[in-house]
Design a protein around this ligand. Structure first.
Ligand SMILES: [Zn+2]
Ligand SMILES: [Zn+2]
Length: 142
């Protein structure tokens, strides 16, 4: 029980591993300053993970070309290519392609446009739920 406050390195090691050695966790139980350190670093790590996943979300997606989008709207793609476009636009919810696709669909097929709007709404809803879950116990809802 004769342990000083955790160093920054110990705090981040604790967060990385999700546990501390007995002396450190006994100290954490007793020391509010260290718990606050852990909390704020944890929040930083979470924020970083969010921006990383946002980055991943933006960067990993290779957008279909406008020609492919137009062909998809006309139903002129191979099933594999059409699946990819559908996955990309509706499942991943790529806004750039969704907007381009909607513009094409407006001329081509209002039914497709309606469906892709519904799909976009589903993606938005589940993202919202995900963020609600992740934010629980954090900030109060607006
Ligand atoms: Zn301490
Ligand atoms: Zn895209």
């Amino acid at each position: 029980m004769s342990r000083g406050c955790l160093t920054a390195a110990e705090v981040s090691a604790f967060i990385e591993r999700g546990r501390a050695d007995a002396a450190a966790s006994a100290h954490l139980d007793a020391c509010e300053a260290c718990r606050l350190n852990v909390d704020s670093l944890e929040n930083e790590v979470l924020a970083l993970q969010y921006s990383m996943s946002g980055l991943w979300f933006r960067e990993r997606i290779s957008c279909p070309t406008p020609d492919e989008l137009a062909a998809a709207a006309r139903g002129a793609l191979t099933p594999e290519a059409a699946d990819y476009v559908d996955f990309h636009v509706n499942t991943l919810g790529c806004r750039a392609c969704g907007a381009a696709g909607a513009a094409v669909d407006a001329d081509a097929n209002p039914e497709i446009r309606r469906k892709s709007r519904q799909a976009a709404r589903r993606v938005t809803d589940s993202m919202g739920r995900f963020l609600d879950e992740a934010g629980k116990g954090d900030a109060p809802p607006p």
